[in-house]
Write a protein that binds this ligand. Structure first.
Ligand SMILES: NC(=O)c1ccc[n+]([C@@H]2O[C@H](COP(=O)([O-])OP(=O)(O)OC[C@H]3O[C@@H](n4cnc5c(N)ncnc54)[C@H](OP(=O)(O)O)[C@@H]3O)[C@@H](O)[C@H]2O)c1
Length: 331
């Protein structure tokens, strides 16, 4: 299939030091070089996409670039023998919307190491419903388990619980038999979190985080999306041998704590970065199609929007107002 006509893309540019995105018609000559051309079916919105599109944090390394760190679709041209026309694939991260043009366009050109064949049991929409948020959650759980986490040790705290990563963490952990305590700034979403499997919902606005080097140990582990004072408080509140998966910085990138939780309680801090070697990416996608398959995926997808609706969608993510996942239907 030849792409001869201009196509629609959401492109982020910097003009007079101000970063913003807009819908434009572009051609294949305008996008990054690569081995494989994809007809994009779906993308999604992650917190990082909102940071990039609004210029809230410096995500793009050069301008202009098509936004969108996730994409799924069909291979329509490949110079790499591992992929053929008609293959259905997904790409998460892999420099999309950082140094390469991303998934908010009808067509994308990618390097041959980026795509993963969509595993049996998932399709181009469900892999974008899961997207970077679900994949990162699977990585966090995978690392916690390797480090000995199991449901018998006690409850797991999930912060930023109504967000993408948070929703998947509540869903996947509870499906695996963990008692999940969900910390949220949106107490109005208590029923949503309960439906996903939360045993307890804690109102972030009423939280007293204390200042002692060690607080009473309440949780056997945590998946943290907030960073800052919340993460410092979590380090002080984890039971001996517990694991904290540090995923995000929605509150702050800072971390001020002491070594006490580490040297007196053997607490482990696991850094989570979703850019992992290809073999692990394939393994995690297989888990996401099987034992970590989100049980409430359609409930977690709270919105499906079109490319035309994209420009208005980002501010609510920065304001922390979004519940669940937003899928972007491209084709
Ligand atoms: N390390 C990695 O590889 C990786 C991968 C994916 C995401 N991340 C990071 O993980 C975090 C979550 O990502 P996401 O895509 O799930 O984002 P999201 O859907 O926007 O969810 C973030 C959630 O955090 C809470 N929140 C937002 N602003 C806050 C603030 N100022 N103070 C305290 N809580 C706030 C809100 O939940 P409540 O209202 O329920 O509290 C919000 O729904 C982000 O920081 C993102 O950059 C990292």
């Amino acid at each position: 299939m030849q792409v001869t006509q201009p196509f629609l893309a959401y492109r982020i540019d910097r003009v007079d030091e101000k970063i913003s995105g807009q819908l434009q018609h572009i051609t294949l000559d305008d996008i990054s070089p690569g081995d494989i051309i994809i007809q994009v079916h779906y993308s999604s919105i992650n917190y990082k996409d909102a940071l990039a599109a609004t210029g809230t944090a410096p995500i793009l390394r050069h301008f202009p670039l098509v936004g969108g760190i996730d994409l799924s679709g069909e291979v329509i041209e490949s110079t790499d023998e591992r992929f053929n026309t008609g293959d259905l694939v997904s790409v998460l991260g892999c420099e999309l919307s950082e140094s390469r043009d991303g998934g908010y366009a009808e067509y994308a050109r990618i390097t041959a190491d980026s795509p993963i064949a969509i595993p049996h049991g998932l399709d181009t929409r469900s892999v974008m419903a899961i997207g970077t948020a679900g994949f990162t959650t699977a990585l966090a759980i995978h690392r916690m388990e390797i480090n000995g986490q199991n449901p018998d040790q006690g409850p797991i705290l999930v912060t930023g619980a109504t967000g993408g990563v948070g929703s998947f963490a509540v869903d996947m952990l509870s499906s695996k038999g963990y008692e999940v305590h969900a910390l949220t700034g949106k107490p109005s979403e208590r029923d949503y979190l309960k439906r996903l499997g939360a045993h307890k919902v804690i109102d972030r606005n009423k939280l007293k985080i204390g200042t002692k080097p060690l607080e009473s140990a309440r949780w056997a582990g945590a998946i943290d999306n907030l960073g800052g004072d919340f993460l410092a408080w979590i380090t002080r509140s984890i039971k001996p041998w517990g694991n904290i998966a540090s995923v995000g910085l929605a509150s702050s990138p800072e971390l001020r704590t002491t070594v006490m939780p580490f040297i007196l309680r053997s607490v482990s801090m696991l850094g989570i970065n979703m850019s992992v070697p290809r073999e692990l990416r394939i393994e995690l996608w297989n888990r996401l199609a099987n034992d970590l398959k989100p049980y409430h995926l359609e409930e977690i997808v709270t919105r499906e929007i079109s490319l035309l609706e994209l420009p208005q969608a980002f501010d609510a993510f920065i304001a922390g107002e979004i519940t669940g996942r937003t899928v972007v239907k491209i084709r």
